[in-house]
Design a protein around this ligand. Structure first.
Ligand SMILES: NC(=O)c1ccc[n+]([C@@H]2O[C@H](COP(=O)([O-])OP(=O)(O)OC[C@H]3O[C@@H](n4cnc5c(N)ncnc54)[C@H](OP(=O)(O)O)[C@@H]3O)[C@@H](O)[C@H]2O)c1
Length: 339
């Protein structure tokens, strides 16, 4: 069986990665439609030897025609358009924050909670990129020992903010005044935070803390995140401290992580944003027991934010629905809650 697929946000960093990954994984496609803003309408994208024309997302789009729509055009677009596609029968997998943490919308990382995808009612949310890699690496430790607390500091690349992040850093490194900005501070030779709210937390930090509890299905898990943007272009790293419910055996954790789906454990070296870029794995290294707490450990987690943190995760969800024969959204008469 092959599917009619639409990509909304097809010209962005995540959308373009989706095109690559659909081809690499030989996702069975009968028809592929590309949507973006009026700015890119009429441009063409080469895919599998064909020139595909980018269309403006507009009410003229045949939103119920597709089996699957992969959304990566920001939360405002998803809030408006994902329910329109879903209510007409197209299954939507959304990369934005619009539908995460909504009661009717599964928040899915296939290695962690694939079962939730099967409960979808038209829209499935892809978690935040920093949360995905954290959840993949922590799930085997949850199963082994149970966990009570997580403290994470992220080291995130500028591509996490999309094309504009790349442009601001590239301009600064070339000595030019950026024409677009993701931070009022310079990015080059610097460490900056995502925009901070009046309570002192950034939205990114809140997403990591809440989404991790949801995905691991541990609502009372204590999570503290400090999210930092650094001047490199691709992949996110995380320094993580985890407290378990009983004393940990690091060798047992290493053996388990090494055998877990989606994880590559490095023991003779450590992963870096450069070494993880272009990969679909979550890379783990620097596994250490806390010398002052026999229930706690520290680890370093790195993954490609555009691939496993967004596009690959979304396509893995589509693959698991297709394998169950439920990719087409048959529940089109049961709309998700519209915000
Ligand atoms: N970057 C990451 O690491 C990452 C990770 C996880 C999730 N995400 C999420 O994925 C989404 C896209 O991120 P990105 O990094 O790919 O951003 P990006 O590079 O800035 O791309 C944004 C895409 O959205 C399209 N778009 C903007 N306004 C639109 C409109 N009015 N109608 C239709 N399309 C419109 C753009 O089309 P034009 O080219 O025509 O402007 C472009 O294709 C965001 O919601 C982001 O939060 C990103």
């Amino acid at each position: 069986m092959s599917y009619r697929v639409a990509i909304v946000g097809a010209t962005g960093l995540v959308g373009r990665a989706m095109l690559d990954i659909l081809a690499e994984r030989q996702f069975p496609i009968a028809e592929l439609a590309l949507y973006a803003s009026a700015r890119s309408a009429g441009t063409t994208v080469q895919w599998q030897g064909a020139a595909l024309r980018v269309q403006e997302l507009s009410p003229a789009a045949p939103s119920g025609h597709y089996d699957l729509a992969l959304f990566s055009a920001g939360a405002a677009i998803s809030r408006t358009w994902a329910p329109i596609f879903a209510q007409q029968g197209t299954t939507v997998i959304d990369n934005s924050s619009a539908w995460r943490l909504m009661p009717d919308v599964p928040l899915v990382v296939p290695e962690v909670n694939a079962h939730r995808a099967l409960e979808h009612r038209g829209i499935i949310a892809n978690p935040n990129c920093s949360t995905i890699q954290l959840a993949v690496a922590l799930k085997p430790i949850v199963v082994l020992y149970g966990i009570e607390s997580v403290v994470v500091a992220t080291y995130q690349s500028v591509s996490g903010a999309g094309q504009r992040g790349l442009e601001q850093l590239a301009a600064e490194l070339d000595g030019n005044e950026p024409t677009v900005r993701i931070s009022h501070h310079p990015l080059a030779h610097n460490a900056v935070f995502h925009p901070l709210g009046p309570d002192g937390w950034s939205e990114e930090e809140r997403k990591v803390m809440t989404e991790l509890q949801w995905i691991l299905e541990l609502p009372s898990l204590a999570v503290v995140a400090t999210c930092v943007r650094l001047p490199f272009f691709r992949s996110h790293a995380e320094a993580v401290w985890v407290e378990c419910t009983r004393p940990v055996d690091i060798e047992q954790i290493a053996t388990t992580l090494a055998a877990s789906p989606g994880i590559q454990l490095l023991t003779d070296d450590y992963p870096t944003p450069r070494s993880a870029s272009g990969s679909d794995s979550v890379w783990v290294g620097r596994l250490r027991r806390d010398p002052n707490n026999d229930r706690a450990l520290a680890l370093w987690i790195v993954a490609d934010n555009i691939r496993k943190g967004a596009a690959t995760n979304a396509i893995q969800i589509a693959e698991l629905l297709a394998a169950q024969g439920i990719l087409r959204n048959s529940s089109s008469t049961v709309p998700v809650t519209v915000q």
